[in-house]
Design a protein around this ligand. Sequence first.
Ligand SMILES: [Zn+2]
Length: 275
Amino acid sequence: MIIKSEAIALKITPFSETSRVVLWLTRDHGKIATIIKGAQRRRSPFVGQVDLFYTCELLFYLRLFRGLHIVKECFCLKPREPMRSRWRAAACASYFADLVGRISPRYAPHPELFRLLDMALDYFAEQAALELGLFWFELKLMKAMGLAPQLKECLRCHRPLQETETFSTERASAGKAREAAVFSWARGGVLCQVCAPLSRAAEAERATPITPDILALLRFWQASRSWRSALRLSCTPRQTRELERILGLFLQHHLEVSAPARAMAFTALRMPLSP
Ligand SMILES: [Zn+2]
């Protein structure tokens, strides 16, 4: 059966001297692996049409349960040229492609995930404020996977959370940390300052205090619909590190993947711009 779908190239590996195996996230068929025969031949029609992070129109023979699908035609729709010279953006794109490649089941269409990745790659090819965009992507990815953290009300008593009642670093230094609200990455949300002490034993290994500014940032991004709104904020170095830590704990627990590509993306983002 011949299938046509838009697809994003997540991973490319050599198969032989001239052929390549490409892992794709397709719009209509989820994650699939294909072989592109003769992709590296000089006169191949695939030259210039396939590369990492490209969005392509793909025509392939679907061979369910019989190994790799064979690509018949591939036409590049979005090459995202700036990504080739912007190594910070390329590090983030590698992380996104790696993460999506790990969490997407094969042959399970997920148009929202496809749209999110496509939009993220567009954004990272063109924009500069990458750290904030990276957090925004992670929150939207969790939502697309049905795993959005509960940030509006307490997980235990269901009272709406007031940002002023979350953990305060001044209080902690004054020895009153027991009044802190906590973010439980295992349960996927926040416990208010009344409930946090009651759940302390159960949550000891799986929760961390959350400061009001961090909660506010997460809530803002969770509610926002576009990259433009993610860029309206700015974060201090402490805030970006805290967001990286909290979202990292949450992602690792719920998606059950460890992502060295994530650590590499953050390392790349923090390197100075020129030597
Ligand atoms: Zn509560």
